[in-house]
Design a protein around this ligand. Structure first.
Ligand code: NAP
Ligand code: F7E
Length: 359
């Protein structure tokens, strides 16, 4: 049985990847941070299935306390497990927050990656353990070419992007220096029902569901003109695995090849929640109005603007399609929004029920 170790297992991608690898028959180990509040919500499906399996003596999912900034702890965990594959997904992954916490973002996203590579090397696991590094389209930042592919020069625009740039190059450097199977997936934005609530897509789908159910009056957003290549997270974790199954370690752009604006995402999300929007005004004065009621339900607030913005991202997934046989458009843009809205409509509805039972 192959063993995989996932850092960032409590996150959006980590939880989907753990499910995917368990389905493939792996023994899966995840690193979780000690927290004063509950942080395993996204793992609940796995945990309930695993509880039953553990009772039958078939446990295949294990959690370990750790933090990628703690090199000793990471080395101990890797040494104990001796995994066949490591997926390094742990990160301070919020671009806006990286401007507020550049030092912490550096420690986790850059030094954390080094800690994993170095642990594998000093433990003598370089020939056994393959490493996947969660690189990002934020490396392209102020884009030097449209669409972006594996050879497009990088120009990161945030402390997050710059820290991830180190992660990218140190992964490549360990591959070239020590002959390790270490590969970067340069993933463009990918979203889902499990997306963190402060990323723009989830912020929009949750607000649309709340506004549709009369639980919120207004949604305030930043740059509506921003353009992103948005895919579905569940499709993207398959690619992480495919990258490590390829016959040699290489870096891959993972994207849909389609680009949409934040405005377009907002419009479609509200439409799926049963509200038709019309736009008036320009720039900071732009507003989204409920066509039926005339109420202003979307506004622009400059507090969501970034010190430096990435205006547009569009990936070219040809290499992944050709060499890995990956299908970038398994879930369309419309389907992605529909899935998120259906899930958030249910969530908001349940919130009401839960609240009522306490009244
Ligand atoms: P996410 O939901 O924010 O999850 C991040 C995970 O990292 C969480 O499990 C978090 O733990 C953990 N973490 C944070 N700091 C840590 C530390 N110091 N030590 C150990 N664990 C730590 O992110 P995601 O969307 O799943 O993304 C997964 C990875 O892909 C990240 O590296 C991200 O930068 C990268 N990426 C994401 C996208 C995207 O569009 N989603 C695109 C390209 C690249 P807690 O739950 O305890 O906070
Ligand atoms: O912003 C604009 C914002 O925070 C997308 C991370 O997973 O993908 C993600 O980074 C765009 C930006 O994601 C709001 O200015 C407008 O242009 O959802 P986001 P991101 O910054 O693209 C990359 C690939 C990663 O690697 C990261 O880990 O939307 N925007 N209004 C807003 N963004 C937010 N968050 N909130 C707003 O109100």
């Amino acid at each position: 049985m192959k063993k995989a170790l996932i850092t960032g297992v409590t996150g959006q991608d980590g939880s989907y990847l753990a499910e995917f690898l368990l389905e493939k028959g792996y023994e899966v180990h995840g690193i979780i941070r000690r927290s004063s509040s509950y942080n395993q919500e996204r793992l609940e499906d796995i945990m309930s299935k695993e509880e039953a399996e553990a009772l039958k003596g078939h446990q295949r999912f294990y959690l370990h306390y750790g933090d990628v900034t703690d090199a000793l702890n990471i080395t101990k965990i890797i040494g104990d497990i001796r995994p066949d594959e490591i997926y390094n997904l742990a990160a301070q992954s919020h671009v806006r927050v990286s401007f507020d916490m550049p030092g912490y973002t550096l420690d986790t996203d850059a030094k954390g990656t080094l800690n994993i590579l170095e642990a594998v090397r000093i433990l003598g696991l370089s020939e056994k353990t393959k490493i996947y590094q969660a690189s990002t389209s934020e490396l392209f930042g102020k884009v030097q070419e449209v669409p972006q592919k594996e050879t497009t020069p990088f120009y990161p625009r945030s402390p997050y992007g710059v820290a991830k740039l180190y992660g990218f190059w140190i992964t490549k450097n360990y591959r070239e220096s020590y002959n390790m199977f270490a590969a970067n997936g340069i993933l463009f934005n990918h979203e889902s029902e499990r997306r963190g609530e402060t990323f723009v897509t989830r912020k929009i789908t949750l607000a649309a569901a709340r506004i549709a159910q009369g639980k919120q009056k207004k949604l305030c957003l930043g740059n509506l003109d921003s353009l992103r290549d948005w895919g579905y997270a569940k499709d993207y974790v398959e690619c992480m695995w495919l990258i490590l199954q390829h016959d040699k370690p290489e870096d891959f752009v993972i994207a849909t090849g389609e680009m949409h604006s934040v405005r377009e995402f907002t419009e479609l999300a509200f439409k799926n929640a049963g509200i038709e929007l019309k736009w008036t005004g320009k720039g900071i004065e732009e507003k989204g109005i409920n066509k039926k009621t005339g109420e202003v339900i979307v506004e622009v607030d400059s507090k969501f603007f970034r010190p430096a913005e990435v205006d547009q991202l569009l990936g070219n997934p040809t290499k992944a399609k050709t060499l890995l046989g990956w299908n970038p458009t398994k879930t369309s843009f419309n389907e992605l929004i529909k899935k998120m809205i259906i899930s958030d409509m249910k969530k908001v509805n349940n919130e009401q029920k839960i609240k009522k039972s306490f009244d």
